[in-house]
Design a protein around this ligand. Structure first.
Ligand code: HEC
Length: 127
């Protein structure tokens, strides 16, 4: 009887130990960067007028276009305005900055961020 209890005790602690970590937060890529990864992200030939503008329209315009109701006071309406913030480093900093993310609600998907990064690294062209 005593032996059974001991074995039962060992089993219970073993399974508790096994199950505990699933309740914790793990710093995995999916939690941090969203469900997609860079494996199927096409970052070749990023054009300001097409791919970059599309990301901005979805994630930035409501706060960075002066006519928007929730305008922040910081305009990214022209290529020159966006290039300036690309060149001074703030663009790549803020889109990857977990403590002060842009958009404010949280980091975009890794693929969107890699696309902007590719465009910045190509010299932020007006293409
Ligand atoms: C919900 C509103 C909102 C959205 C959406 C948003 N921003 Fe902002 N953004 C702000 C506000 C407000 C500030 C100024 C305060 C600050 O720096 O946090 C700001 C500041 C910034 C700055 C820093 C500017 C500087 O000179 O210090 C950058 C860069 C930026 N935003 C880029 C973006 C990009 C890129 C997107 C889209 C991917 C975006 N933001 C989406 C509200 C927003």
């Amino acid at each position: 009887m005593k032996k059974t209890l001991v074995i039962l005790g060992i089993l219970v602690s073993f399974f508790t130990f096994l199950c505990l970590p699933s309740g914790c937060y793990w710093d995995n890529e999916e939690d941090l960067y969203g469900p997609d990864t860079n494996t199927n992200c096409d970052t070749t030939n990023m054009r300001f007028s097409v791919e970059i503008r599309a990301i901005m329209a979805e994630h930035c315009d409501k706060c960075h276009i002066s006519t928007a109701a929730t305008y922040s006071g910081i305009p990214y309406e022209t290529h020159a305005q966006f290039k300036a913030v690309a060149l001074n480093g703030k663009l790549l900093d803020r889109i990857n900055n977990q403590a002060a993310p842009m958009p404010e609600t949280g980091l975009m998907s890794l693929c969107n961020r890699l696309k902007i990064e590719a465009w910045v690294n190509a010299g932020s062209p007006d293409n």
